[in-house]
Design a protein around this ligand. Structure first.
Ligand code: TAP
Length: 511
């Protein structure tokens, strides 16, 4: 039950391919398997076990037992902190393998996987290791000398976690680290497009010394394994990152089963507003990164640009230059910025939006197959998309209204601050927003007015492990990262403590 991944630079990495339950790798009970391709070439990469509902039951039983016997209230915060730190150390030692696995399976470049995703993920484990012994309730004064009340933040129990394919390791860290720090046990399902790095992290968790059953990783499809998690009667919470459509299904399953707690980090169509007083060169660079980072496969991608009409042509020309100057190609080449989209399905989906943009009358500023003409023959079947800018966009166009999840920027203009706010907020989503202005008062007015869980001012798309992240409106609810992310994995118990008041019985209205 292992596969050997051969990398373009001649490395051979052995990876376990089974379901990870109770600290052991084993086959699915039904023998079901799935094959994950390399998005850069379209060739098969590895075949792995896919969980059936019975496998999910077994993972949940292991997680429940661990919660009751070794983890949960049976472990100390400092023990949990030490294990998370040890796991982070092992990730650091294995970072070269991890980044190559992530690149092979997802298509992102090795250097970005290493310097951004995995480095941040290690930081995330350490951040929550540091918070594990800082989970504090409150004492609430009631009556001096008679009664007091206090609260405890207790772990929730067994947490199901369903993650997407755009940041396989980072989404793993964002979900698992706070859950474990707070004392929960987990059953996590990676996305079927990117099952491999989670299996490597599972291996490292055994080396770190986590007790059996605390961490369970079950690959499989959303419709079988994901559905089994969200409808399970013995899972106490489900945390999900992915599309709004699937988020709705998960909430419905949670409601129809045991009313488990739900947190949802869903999609976005985030606005970025550039005023004519901004540092335009910096704004153009951040806007470019904001849509092209991770090939646009970014829940908070700045995909709706609003540029002040006075600088429209100049700013679009700056963006065009940026979009046409970076290297697209082999994710193992250090010079590459943009690799392939994650899957053929995503490539086709993004391309269909580009076609719709042209059909609906938006002006294609840059994009098109010639940008990919240089790709060598070994990458010709890879799932590449040319970075694309559409100008003259307006509401009602599919490319403006719907999440594309690819390297496609739509540009609209505004003349006044009020118009920018109105247009920016005119969406069902509310995950993130950006504003570029050198007028501090204007920035602050925008920060207050934009309906988004995160607003970046004079930068874009860079998260921080200590700052909460999550959506408003149909971008979901609940927060990841920061202290808020930890609290999502606790539940408050209120204790009323009487040490002096006596009552008499029987009682009536005269007493
Ligand atoms: P989703 O369906 O949302 O997939 C995300 C995760 O949910 C995967 O692990 C998936 O499993 C699982 N899942 C699917 N159906 C499920 C169900 N009924 N019950 C429980 N879990 C289920 O996204 P996708 O189909 O991969 O991508 C479609 C679009 O979603 C993208 O184009 C993009 O617009 C959006 N998207 C957004 C995000 C973020 S971060 N906001 C991330 C990914 C995708 P399997 O994939 O393994 O079947």
């Amino acid at each position: 039950m292992s596969a050997i991944l051969e990398t373009p630079n001649g490395n051979k990495i052995t990876i376990k391919t089974g379901l990870f339950i109770n600290n052991e790798f084993r086959q699915s009970k039904t023998g079901t398997e799935m094959t994950t391709p390399n998005p850069a070439t379209g060739e098969p990469l590895a075949t792995i076990s896919a969980a059936s509902p019975e496998d999910v039951d077994e993972a949940v039983a292991a997680a429940r037992k661990a919660f009751e016997t070794t983890w949960g209230k049976k472990s100390t915060p400092s023990q949990r902190s030490a294990l998370l730190n040890k796991w982070a150390d092992l990730m650091e030692e294995d970072i070269d393998n991890l980044s190559q696995i992530e690149s092979l399976d997802n298509g992102k470049t090795v250097w970005l996987a290493k310097d951004a995703d995995i480095t941040d993920s290690i930081g995330c484990l350490r951040y929550y290791a540091g918070l594990a012994d800082k989970i504090e309730g409150r004492t609430i004064e009631q009556e001096e000398g008679v009664k007091i009340a206090f609260t405890r933040l207790e772990p929730i129990g067994v947490c199901g976690q369903i993650i997407p394919w755009n940041y396989p390791i980072q989404m793993f860290a964002w979900k698992v680290a706070p859950a474990l720090a707070a004392g929960n046990t987990i059953v996590l399902k990676p996305a079927e497009q990117t099952p491999l790095s989670a299996l490597r992290l599972a291996e490292l968790s055994v080396k770190a010394g986590f007790p059996p059953g605390v961490i369970n990783i079950i690959n499989g499809t959303g419709s079988v394994a994901g559905q089994a998690i969200s409808s399970h009667m013995d899972i106490d919470k489900v945390a999900f990152t992915g599309s709004t459509v699937t988020g709705r299904r998960i909430m419905e399953s949670a409601a129809k089963s045991n009313l488990k707690k739900v947190s949802l980090e869903l999609g976005g169509k985030s606005p970025v507003v550039v005023f004519d007083n901004a540092d335009l060169e910096q704004a153009a660079n951040w806007v470019t990164i904001g849509i092209l980072f991770n090939h646009g496969q970014e829940c908070c991608a700045g995909s709706r640009l609003f540029v002040q009409d006075t600088i429209k042509d100049k700013f679009i020309a700056m963006l065009k230059k940026n979009f046409e100057s970076h290297v697209i190609g082999d994710p193992f080449d250090i010079k590459t910025y943009q690799g392939p989209q994650v899957s053929e399905q995503q490539q086709k989906r993004v391309q269909s939006y580009i076609d719709a943009g042209i059909e609906q009358g938006a002006t294609l500023v840059t994009g098109g197959k010639e940008r990919l003409a240089h790709l060598p023959s070994k990458l010709k079947n890879g799932y590449y998309i040319a970075p694309t800018i559409f100008a003259d966009c307006k509401k009602g166009m599919k490319i403006v209204d719907e999440e594309i999840f690819g390297p496609v920027l739509t540009v609209q203009t505004f003349s006044t601050e009020e118009e920018a706010i109105q247009k920016a907020n005119d969406t069902q989503y509310g995950l993130a927003a950006g504003v570029f202005s050198q007028n501090a008062s204007q920035c602050m007015r925008m920060v207050h007015s934009l309906h988004a869980g995160t607003v970046w001012c004079n930068q874009y798309v860079v998260p921080s492990n200590s700052v909460p992240f999550g959506g408003m409106k149909q971008s979901g609810f609940g927060r990841e990262l920061g202290i808020e992310g930890l609290k999502e994995y606790t539940q408050t118990k209120a204790i009323h403590w009487n040490y002096a008041e006596k009552v008499s019985w029987p009682m009536d209205g005269t007493s």
